[in-house]
Design a protein around this ligand. Structure first.
Ligand SMILES: Cc1cc2nc3c(=O)[nH]c(=O)nc-3n(C[C@H](O)[C@H](O)[C@H](O)COP(=O)(O)OP(=O)(O)OC[C@H]3O[C@@H](n4cnc5c(N)ncnc54)[C@H](O)[C@@H]3O)c2cc1C
Length: 231
């Protein structure tokens, strides 16, 4: 592990070096992380926040035992990183909105960078329940950044006029955005689920969708919103 700094109370940005053999990372993908030997048993899924060469960054919120252990890591401490895993954000051209809440802003950073590099216009909508953080970093890589603190970030977006909208964060926020979209709006959601293996073997993260049972780790974590919410 190379660095691990607190960016806001309860939120940390961790970086590590990956071997050269790792395939290119697509925004929206995640890795299974562990910084312990046996207990807790399971590694923890964390989205890729950024990737530069073979350096990878993760933005995480401390919510329990595993993430608390990550927060105590010092440069040079070992960490095991499995990935990149999952499908990531799809290829889309044009005008894109990305809407994140809390730790859900994490995959939008690399997402905005990659869509911008592909020639898209990218507007970011970032919602925080406490103080905002990393907003200057997000402003550097997007066309427009809207920040909301303590309210509903979904109130600030007009979904019409975007070729696609991506959202990640609390499910209640993603549902509110889905309700705001009209038929024909292309909304993609990045789901969270408790998961054990991260590679589709254990079915621990299965979720019922309009397109049948799907594994969040392998079929997702990014899904068309209508598959997830229109059951
Ligand atoms: C694909 C994917 C990507 C993710 N990316 C990020 C990220 O970039 N940054 C980040 O901060 N977090 C991310 N998460 C969530 C993160 O994996 C969990 O917060 C973490 O596993 C919690 O581990 P813990 O040991 O600290 O908490 P635990 O001790 O395991 O749990 C603490 C509390 O959090 C609840 N909880 C734990 N995991 C989840 C979950 N997935 N959904 C709902 N409640 C949960 C538990 O029920 C418990 O109440 C992601 C999850 C998935 C599935």
């Amino acid at each position: 592990m190379l660095s691990n700094r607190q960016v806001s109370p309860g939120f940390y940005l961790l970086s590590a070096e990956l071997p050269d053999s790792i395939p290119a990372i697509r925004a929206g993908q995640f890795c299974m992380l562990r910084s312990w030997d046996t207990i807790p048993v399971l590694s923890r899924p964390i989205s890729v926040f950024d990737a530069e060469g073979n350096r990878v960054f993760f933005l995480y919120k401390t919510v329990g035992r595993g993430t608390a252990m990550f927060s105590r890591l010092k440069p040079g401490d070992p960490i095991t990183i499995q990935g990149p895993l999952g499908n990531g954000f799809p290829d889309i051209a044009g005008r894109i909105a990305m809407v994140g809440g809390g730790a859900g802003i994490a995959p939008l950073y690399l997402g905005a960078k990659q869509y911008k590099a592909a020639g898209c216009t990218v507007d970011l909508y970032l919602g925080f329940s406490g103080a905002a953080f990393l907003t200057e970093e997000y402003r550097e890589i997007a066309d427009r950044v809207t920040v909301n603190v303590g309210g509903f970030i979904t109130d600030t977006i007009d979904p019409s006029g975007y070729d696609a909208i991506f959202t990640c964060g609390p499910e209640i926020m993603m549902k509110a955005l889905r309700e705001k979209c009209k038929s024909g709006d292309r909304l993609f959601v990045s789901l969270e689920a408790r998961m054990a293996c991260g590679v589709g073997a254990c079915y621990g993260c299965s979720r019922k969708t309009a397109a049948g049972n799907k594994k969040v780790c392998k079929d997702g974590p990014v899904f068309p919103a209508e598959e997830v919410f229109d059951l």
